[in-house]
Design a protein around this ligand. Sequence first.
Ligand code: ADP
Length: 477
Amino acid sequence: MTSECYPLVKTGGLADVAGALPLALQPLGVDTKVLLPAYPGVRDQLTGARKLATLPDLFGGPGGLVSGTTADGLHVLLVDAPHLFARKTGGPYLGPDGLDWPDNHLRFAALSWVGAQIALGEVGTWRPDVVHLHDWQTALTAAYLHTAKAPAPPSLLTIHNLAFQGVFPMALADTLRLPKTAFDYDGLEYWGNLSFLKAGVQWCDRLTTVSPTYAREILTHDQGMGFDGLLRARANTLTGIVNGIDEAVWNPATDPYLASPYSARRLPSKAFDKAALQVELGLHVRTDVPLFCVISRLTTQKGLDLLLDAMPALHARGAQLAVLGNGDAAIQDEFMRLAETHPGQVATTIGYHEPLSHRFQAGADAIIVPSRFEPCGLTQLYGLRYGTLPVVARVGGLADTVIDANEAALRDGVATGFQFSPVDAVQLGMAIDRACTLFADTLAWQRVQKRAMTREVGWGIAAGAYLDQYERLISRR
Ligand code: ADP
């Protein structure tokens, strides 16, 4: 169950995972159905869409359950509730004013409630052996299953980002179709408010998050974001599984968005993508300086204010920077200003552009990910696949997926990028400087690129690890 799923609807990494994991599980013999809201345009992307059930009272209006299949063969169930999800403007979570939809508690309670009804056999004819919840938007399912009279299938919650907790005023408790006891201290109550995520953390049979390092970090007071006590109490059910990437969508040899396809064996062709990107963005067309890129939500989590402070290090080496992102107005403005004051050297594109993000990955030499915390991170994995070396903060999934190009790693041929710690502008500047130095040694740089591009980043390992979680849950029953 998820609130977004690539290619139907995407705002970030959760969609990539929700779309790719079920496909990776299919060859392992797992029959998966993905439940998500019928946002505008989603149903039109399915083949064989048909109504499975009518739901006359779906948190303020009538709705239904629709099934269909994506072009990739993903089996999808949609919660069709026009009063909650069919909005002409805005996105899955935010209205056109950039603020949360005021009825998000009802929208994601409805999604969670329908998931629970399916799991309990009350809606439709298909019942899952395991219910897999993703993030707070579906975590309330655990509350509906926990308080149900009928026996419920086991459940697993994957936390993609502990910063998003689905916190709402306690005054809304009455609207959620749960008994009063569900809002106690050992239920949804969260520092005087209520938290949807807490339902999942409290009542799911198992918990996973998206990297082993993040799984350890969230048990600490510093990074537990108020949940560390609860998570420590459930630590024996918590596992970190690094996300894979969809290797069909992210493959520089077949990527339809690129000017020139390439692979580890045909690395020189990547230079055409660099030149094409430089032309597209109005940067000076140069091969002798590295082109760094950023593809990111522009928020303090992503540490891009640190990059603004570290720019002197990048300028000192004559390097170029291309930024693609959207988010906080202040950070957007700073990067726009930077592009204006450094024409030909810095280019900023504000917005969300999937095809352009592919051209960034192909055309840049390195991708900067200076996150203050990063549960897993996907852009550094795409960077590895595209031979675009990641320059990353040593936190969470970034620490688990990039091997720093220190002396020993370079000598042993295992380096795949650059890590820095502690996460501040000085250390980021030094990592950028180290990347520039390695870039100047073309052969050494290419060795690291080839190593990065041949690293295993697909879903194979993760899909096996999730299957192991499902089997444990089923065998316990
Ligand atoms: P998060 O989910 O925290 O935003 P991830 O690194 O896990 O970060 O995933 C981000 C995903 O969103 C990646 O697929 C990345 O390519 C994509 N992305 C982020 N910003 C943009 C953008 N402005 N345009 C296109 N794709 C973007």
